[in-house]
Design a binder for this molecule. Sequence first.
Ligand code: C2E
Ligand code: MG
Ligand code: MG
Ligand code: MG
Length: 280
Amino acid sequence: RAKQEGRNRFSFFSYDLENSIRERHQLELSLRNALLNDELLVFYQPKFDLTTKRIIGAEALVRLTGDDGIFISPTEFIPLAEETGLIIKLGQQVLSKACIEAKRWFDMGYVIPVSVNVAVAQFADPNLEHMIATALQESQLPAELLELEITETALMLDAEEMQTKLSQLKALGVTIAIDDFGTGYSSLAYLKKFNVDVMKIDMSFVKDMLNNKHDYEIVKTIISLGRSMELTLIAEGVETEAQRQALIELDCVMGQGYLFSRPLPANEFSDFILLTEHWV
Ligand code: C2E
Ligand code: MG
Ligand code: MG
Ligand code: MG
């Protein structure tokens, strides 16, 4: 019916374009409402020592519930949030929740750093440093237990400005990780210039490392690059036991992925901490 209506109506837009504009508008409304009512959820995916299988950290990942009750993927709404400026408020809400949660683990007796993704667009916000300082202060989370995950694209912003911003953030005591390493366009010169602490090997390379020789070599090269720059290395998207073994052999000692756990709601993550204490 809608299609017919579309055909008979006088319109400059094609049916598909009109539809995608409507969907986008709907998504923006959902996001605005969730931000307004503080309804965004934060899930936590544990990071592991690949050898001992102990939890060594957790990544905070935002979840938006659609009208149908089904989660909308952040890969859909994060770009929209960046374009509309809503990312500032989103980033603040996620950060605040993540710091409070990690402080709760800390108070339970578990020293588990939490990492929070920071979108490129957030670096345009002059209030970024203050926002992070406030989240730390309000939660009372020790700054050493907060890690910020940034992408290579962020490193390509104005170099001088980025250097200043990253030093300011590091001065707060937080750790900086480069997310999805190997997929962006940053040159090795950027890596040298910016004083980052952690390199996260993108899951696209890990995924095929055992059936594609090139992917294996890329993983191996990233690991040796990270090692020589004295960075902490972590592999994303570890899904199989064979990948875990191969990564250990390549001297990558940390990983996260479905082999260990999917991202979990906060209450399930706490239970998971207790459960894994007894893993061998
Ligand atoms: P990311 O930061 O690289 O996060 C890792 C993504 O990989 C997560 O997807 C996680 O659920 C997924 N993942 C983890 N282990 C596996 C695995 O073994 N196999 C596979 N296939 N996937 C795995 P998610 O939660 O859908 O998030 C997607 C992206 O959205 C994130 O990629 C990040 O770039 C962005 N994002 C998520 N939450 C936030 C946030 O709070 N702020 C910002 N700025 N970006 C966020
Ligand atoms: Mg990340
Ligand atoms: Mg990643
Ligand atoms: Mg990613």
